[in-house]
Write a protein that binds this ligand. Structure first.
Ligand SMILES: Nc1nc2c(ncn2[C@@H]2O[C@H](COP(=O)(O)OP(=O)(O)OP(=O)(O)O)[C@@H](O)[C@H]2O)c(=O)[nH]1
Ligand SMILES: [Mg+2]
Length: 206
């Protein structure tokens, strides 16, 4: 199918520790289904999905990456040109949230102006298996300069499309803001009011 040149296309990178569900999320976006296969990702794969925000199409080019350090040989390529990074953690693994600090250091070094989005996966789990509290997530979100915090389940599909729609909306808002000022300003951040609003909209699924 011919590529429409006028559709705004944004690169989105999925990052996070091993087993948080990046590939399951990627697979959900690509096929609309969940595959329980647990093999670790070895390289990179991309999928494109188009979303419509207030009548305007936005194409997200989503990159899956490996959580395991030993497969991360092309580090800079992961981040180059990324408009947003989705920092994925597992709601049932506390360390998967705190482990994101190292990923942020990496991504901010190679692509300093990306939009940082915090994604809690596996919200389908029973509440006794969910170890991360809203308070812990909220404080991590505030301490690390994220622009959105959302939760979803790659397994059930809950929150997945809504999340990417929200990401497309935030990127489009940033891009329109940049165009309205000096034509290009990838570092424009959501202001505090927008931040609070986005976060309230995107609270963890429960
Ligand atoms: N309950 C539940 N399990 C999930 C979900 N998403 C992924 N899993 C399971 O979590 C495990 C890891 O999923 P992957 O998608 O392979 O994790 P990953 O982040 O890609 O891991 P690496 O490629 O090694 O970095 C698998 O056993 C999945 O079936 C989810 O939303 N809910
Ligand atoms: Mg994977």
């Amino acid at each position: 199918m011919a590529v429409q040149p006028d559709v705004l296309t944004m690169k989105i990178v999925l990052l996070g520790e091993v087993n948080v569900g990046k590939t399951a999320l990627f697979h959900r976006l690509k096929t609309g289904t969940f595959s329980a296969s647990a093999s670790s990702t070895l390289g990179m794969e991309t999928v494109e999905r188009e979303f419509t925000v207030d009548g305007e199409p936005v194409r997200l080019q989503i990159w899956d990456t490996a959580g395991s350090e030993k497969y991360r040989t092309l580090t800079a390529n992961y981040y180059r040109g990324a408009a947003a990074v989705l920092y994925v953690y597992d709601l049932s693994e506390e360390e998967s949230l705190f482990g994101l600090v190292a990923w942020m250091d990496d991504a901010r070094r190679f692509q300093p102006d990306h939009m940082a989005i915090l994604i809690g996966n596996k919200c389908d789990l029973e509440s006794e298996d969910v170890v991360l509290t809203e308070a812990t997530i909220q404080s991590f979100y505030q301490d690390n300069d994220f622009e959105l915090s959302l939760c979803m389940s790659a397994k059930s599909g809950q929150g997945v499309d809504a999340c990417f729609h929200e990401v497309a909306r935030a990127l489009l808002a940033r891009s329109s803001g940049a165009n309205a000022t000096n034509g290009y300003s990838p570092g424009v951040a959501l202001d505090d009011a927008q931040r609070r609003e986005s976060q309230q909209d995107g609270g963890c699924c429960s």
